[in-house]
Structure formats: C-alpha cells, structure tokens
Design a protein around this ligand. Sequence first.
Ligand code: BGC
Length: 398
Amino acid sequence: MTATTPYSGETVPAPEGFVWGAATAAHQIEGQNVNTSHWEYEYSENTTVQEPSGDAVDSYHRYPEDISLLAEGGLKAYRFSIEWARIEPEKGVVSRAQLDHYRRMIDTCRDAGVEPIVTLHHFTVPRWQGRDGGWYATDVVDRFRRYTETATAILDDVEWVVTINEPNMMVNQDEAKIDTENGVNFPGPSPHVAQVIAAAHHASVDVLRGLGHVKAGWSVANQVFQAVPGFEKERDDWGYWREDYYLEQARDDDFIGVQSYLRTIIGADGPVPFPDDVERTLTGWEYYPEALGHALRHTRDVTGGIPMMVTENGMATADDARRIDYTTGALQGLAAAVADGCDVRGYLHWSLLDNYEWGSFRPTFGLIAVDRESFVRTPKPSLAWLGDLAQRNVLPAP
Ligand code: BGC
C-alpha cells in the first residue's frame, strides 16, 4: 500500500449529518452461502459464471475486522445485507442462530461507532424460493412480508433499512446477464414481475414502519439513460420499465437508495454501443463519474423529491488512483446536485472490499484489497482518502 494523499482541492461543506460509508452484500463477501439458488447456479453444469463464489472473502467470519478497518479508515456507516437463505433455510423454518449472527454484526457496528444500514434482500433468494419460482412464485409477496417480520427481531435500533436492492436489475433474473458492451444489465423488463416486486417492497415497508423508528426504502439502479438527439421518446420508453417505474413506487417511502455507475445512450433500437476509444472499467463499463449527479437529479424529478441516500457508487479498477479520480468526479456531481436542491442524506461507496462480482472476482471495486488465499485485508489509499472527506464532512467542490 502506498501512502494516501488527502484531497487537496477546493471543497464545499457536505449537508449536516451526512452519512459517509461503504457497502457490501452478503453473497459477494460472506463465502459458503450454500443455501441460495445463486450458489446452486454457480455449481450447476450449465452455469455461465466464470468462477463460483466459494469462500468469497470469508466476511461471514471476518466481519469484525472489516468493520474495524472501515472505522479506522475514517468512515462512519456500513451498509451490508442479511441473507434470507441463512435466516429461513427452509420455508417457514427460522434459524435463531443466524439471526443472532446478524445481530452481532449490528452490535459490532455500534461498538465501533459505525451506523449499520441493513439491506434485507440483495439479489439472492433461498433455494426453496428459487425452486418455487423466485419472484415468479405466487406467494412471494407474502413470503417476503413474513421474512421482513422475522428480520424485525434484530432491527431494534437500526435506523436505515433497504428492503430490496436493485429490483430493476432482477426483473428477468433467470436470464440476467451483464452486457458489458452496452452497459445494460438485463435483456428485457417484465412488467408483471416488476409489479410483484413492488408489492413485496410495499408489504415490507409497512412492516418496517410498524417498528416506529425505521426509515425504509429500496435501492434502484440508475442507468442514466441519455438520448441520441431526436430519440427522446425512445429513451423514455426504454427507461420506463427498466427504471422509472421503480422510482415512482418510492414516492411514499422514507428515502430512496440511489445506485449509480454508468450511463446508457439510447437511439432508435435501444442502447448504442460506446466507441472503442472510451476508457472502460474492469466491468467493461464506460468511465463516466458524471453519472451520479445525473442519477440524483433524475431520481429527485421522478420521486418528487423524497430524501435520497447514495447506497452504491464506485468503479472496478486495479488502479486505485483512478478509483479516487472517479470518486472525486462523482462527489463533485453530488455536491452540484445538492446545491441545486437535491436532498441527499449520505454516500456509501461500493464497495468496502474487493469481492465476488456475480460470476468473477476479477472486477475489483474495493476500498480494501483481500488476498484470496489467506484472506488478509489490505486497505487501499482510497479508503483513507474517502475517510478524510468523511471526517471533515466536506465534498470536492463542483
Ligand atoms: C449491485 C452490486 C454489484 C455492483 C457492481 C450493483 O448492481 O447492487 O451487487 O456488485 O452493482 O456491479
């Protein structure tokens, strides 16, 4: 690791009480998440993954170290997900021990002065739910409501809860793939499943609201659809079931999670491939830090201005200096959006750790590197760089 140079450019104050942190998801970091249908898929004969998740980065056992490193790096919040497949290993069977495990994670955050931000569902379903059809199962709304009720047992003092991560990226889960050429993550939307997921989300929010102290919302993948001039209608049609529907569904929520990485340019027949000479990240996406500012404004416009939390933003790169550049650009866009009246409550970088990027460990998004043999963690300069902004509560000036 090389020494970190704090951000020396001009800064503006971040909003008061701004939440600074980093995010992860259970399946991508825990390891041995054997009861999810994703695990089953990774080890099936017809899998398309490049490599299975295996031990991932063993955060299931090493979370105390991960939370300490986050806090020592200067960050103040940790967004992580709890795993439905561990908590409800068979339909209707609740594991107290696994609930206790996640409660210990919340306690560990609290002891370290770190705000826990809990995601109930981050892409993975239990095997039994997968066999029943995943989000196509007839009783999935009820199952998700009951799972939320089960989770409330450990949410006593948790203020921020994300019900479902990127519902818009799951609509065609069976065929989901990342089309790196076009930056589009799924082949086509299903309005039926979108409505089912929205119903599950609303049911979950109702349960969480019953606790009295929780701010509940979901996190939507913002793809920053931009029109080739003259194709604005095509852009809007393309984006509705892929994004705007999910933003509309958040209008009565306590907040919305904004997740931003890239833009997608829409022409007559959908996404237009990027020219060969654009800089690309390790996921094949265009390097476009401006995306976050656009995502915040668009979310504000479609939701009518409910509070926003950036629940994911980051870059897959082996060059940590480039990660810092990307994050600088993204935070400048955030600062400009705030100046323009956007109500932004926090920024959670994706990701705290290098992790399992849904098929491969190669795209490294982490503020902390992990040796995949020894699981030794090594903070990258970007961690302390971001932590310094957090400690000063300032944003790079636009
Ligand atoms: C997901 C993460 C993923 C990240 C980078 C988001 O779509 O929520 O699980 O690792 O983007 O691809």
